[in-house]
Design a protein. Structure first.
Length: 245
């Protein structure tokens, strides 16, 4: 699919760093021609930390502040000027007090495939159901006059429960708001998808990744995650529009 210049585009991502890892080049390309708003569903409270980056005595509250600062730096590197967290205005249903959807955590099922954590908290995104977070997102789509919502495919990319939840939430919210919805991914494009490649945006993606010092290490054009997994710095991916129900 092609995103025409001028369309108002919203991205829904699960945690800080997902926007850069999965769609950094696409975001950096779109902000030159389109209004772009990034919504982050959680603050990544349960993300593993690169050893030695933070003091051992760092509290959960301090970690959350660090991750929010890293997110702000990454968005600035990508050129994004508008951002909000799901559950906080304007991504909150009018009349409801603000709430935080928390990182659900994950467990590796096998190499490259994640599944739910056994100890997810009741406040986690994966246990929040669909109605409330979808209402929150739909309220944002309406108030921001969005034309297009982008989020993960059904498998969440690699199975993380928060990514999978975002896929479901995005579909429901787009239907409620009457907004077009599309899913994104990396790797080979599936049937019905269109590929993109923006190598001219690699410098912006590299700069954004370098802001996430608690989450990853970039060595040239390789990203090394806390668990040792490696992936290339991505300038390409695919988009596929989701038919309206």
């Amino acid at each position: 699919m092609r995103i025409a210049p001028g369309l108002r585009v919203v991205f829904l991502h699960a945690h800080p760093d997902d926007e850069t890892l999965a769609t950094g080049a696409l975001i950096a390309e779109l902000v030159a021609t389109n209004p772009v708003l990034v919504v982050t569903a959680t603050r990544g409270e349960r993300g593993e930390i690169v050893p030695g980056v933070l003091p051992v005595a760092t509290s959960p509250e301090q970690l959350t502040s660090v991750r929010q600062a890293e997110l702000a730096a990454a968005l600035a590197a990508l050129g994004v000027r508008e951002h909000c967290f799901l559950g906080s205005p304007p991504a909150r249903t009018p009349g409801r007090p603000p709430r935080e959807y928390h990182d659900s955590g994950m467990a590796w099922v096998r190499s490259g495939l994640a599944g739910p954590a056994a100890d997810a908290e009741p406040s986690s995104l994966a246990l929040a159901g669909t109605d409330e977070p979808a209402d929150d997102l739909a309220a944002l789509l309406a108030s921001w006059r969005a034309d297009l919502l982008l989020s993960y495919a059904a498998d969440g990319g690699y199975g993380h429960p928060d990514h999978v939840a975002c896929h479901v939430i995005a579909g429901r919210a787009a239907a409620l708001a009457g907004v077009r919805c599309a899913e994104f991914g990396t790797g080979p494009a599936p049937d019905g998808a269109s590929g993109y490649d923006y190598p001219q945006r690699l410098d912006a993606v590299r700069a954004a990744l370098d802001g996430y010092r608690t989450q990853l290490t970039r060595v040239a054009d390789q990203v090394i995650h806390v668990g040792g997994q490696q992936e290339p710095v991505a300038a390409s991916g695919w988009l596929r529009e989701v038919p309206r129900p």
